[in-house]
Ligand binder design. Structure first.
Ligand code: SF4
Length: 351
């Protein structure tokens, strides 16, 4: 079983693997970047970021010496910004402690910022052919079906899955083996309607044998929090006021327009915004007409942002984390997706 499992999987991968840019390199730094980007982000999205990132930061030295603002800006739109902060910190450590060489040992990788069990196994196996199995969402689904494990997909089964994979993983081409399993989950053993007729592992799959593959894993009930927030496009002549979030916490260090969540006691969106602007700027503002509405999602939140034009009434002195910026220069600041969408609309209206 161990041999045939790996042989059939690798044979399939050789023929069906998607042609992706990070599969053309053995450079550990480039592989690390691709793996960091691919966590919680689709391949399609990462394709738009990978090459520009390597052009901006071609090696670990370039990344380590870059200002964090430039790093966050290059990451803008990929979400989960701690990944970018951790990449930057880890690059500094690789330069300072490992002479710029990405460590090969998964246990040493684990100690770097941003390297959990998945990242350390993926970089060690793909870049250095270290024999270390891994579990991501695709692998978890495939392996739950292979072993006919019923229940929602969760980390509960990961230990058993890793023991199984350690038995069937080949002595060489560990990186291809890991990528092949993830690719199988992405292309064939999909969450809806798995294409078992195209699968190289049908002979090993207990769920397929019992005809239960569509029942695994059980869907999780995810309830989305609906959030409405009001945003002030506070303008003075041709410049807008933006402010930087604290260095710690959600979206740390990112820039955004002032504003905040609409509270239960707010009688209208405009009233909510006046209150938020007073709290954040310490100044009274006149809130004018609505400019736009945008939606975005993060973790389990569904957010609607309602942006209003606004002007300050009376004196206001920006604090160190606040800046007046012209429309054209707003794109130079790293912003979360919702604010970035508003900037795009501002640019459309100010050609
Ligand atoms: S046989 Fe079907 S359910 Fe089993 S691993 Fe292959 S695609 Fe998934």
């Amino acid at each position: 079983m161990p041999d045939t499992f790996a042989i059939q999987l690798l044979r399939w991968y050789r023929v069906h693997a998607r042609d992706l840019p990070w599969r053309h390199t053995r450079d550990p730094y480039s592989i690390w970047i691709s793996e960091a980007m691919l966590q919680q982000t689709t391949v399609k999205t990462v394709l738009g970021y990978y090459a520009p990132w390597l052009a901006a930061f071609p090696d670990v030295y370039a990344l380590a010496s870059a200002p964090i603002e430039k790093v966050l800006k290059a990451w803008q739109g990929l979400g989960y910004y701690n990944r970018a902060r951790n990449l930057h910190k880890a690059a500094g450590i690789v330069v300072a402690q490992f002479q710029g060489h990405v460590p090969q040992d998964p246990d040493i990788l684990r100690k770097l910022p941003g390297f959990g069990p998945y990242m350390s196994a993926s970089v060690a196996s793909i870049a250095f052919d270290r024999r270390v199995p891994l579990v991501d969402a695709n692998v978890r689904r495939v392996m739950m079906r292979i072993s006919n494990i019923h229940g929602p997909a969760s980390g509960t089964w990961d230990k058993d899955i890793l023991i199984f994979l350690d038995r069937v993983m080949p002595a060489h081409r560990a990186g291809d083996f890991n990528q092949a399993l993830m690719e199988l989950g992405a292309l064939v053993c999909t969450s809806q309607q798995p294409k078992c007729n195209m699968c190289p592992l049908t002979r090993h799959c207990r769920a397929f044998e019992k005809g239960q593959q569509e029942l695994i894993p059980e869907p999780k009930k995810v309830s989305l929090n609906e959030i409405t927030a009001v945003i002030g496009l506070v303008r003075d002549k041709k410049k807008y006021l933006i402010q930087q979030r604290p260095e710690k916490g959600l979206l740390a260090g990112m820039w955004e327009f002032p504003g905040g969540k609409v509270g239960a006691s707010d009688k209208s969106f405009k009233e909510a915004l006046k209150r938020e602007l007073m709290e954040e700027l310490g100044a009274v503002c006149r809130v004018n007409e609505e400019f736009c509405r945008v939606r975005h999602y993060y973790t389990t939140n569904k957010v609607q942002l309602i942006a209003f034009n606004a002007v300050l009434k009376g004196g206001f002195k920006p604090r160190a984390n606040q800046r007046w910026v012209s429309v054209g220069d707003l794109t130079a600041y790293p912003m979360p997706s919702g604010s970035a969408k508003i900037v795009v609309k501002l640019l459309e209206n100010n050609p």
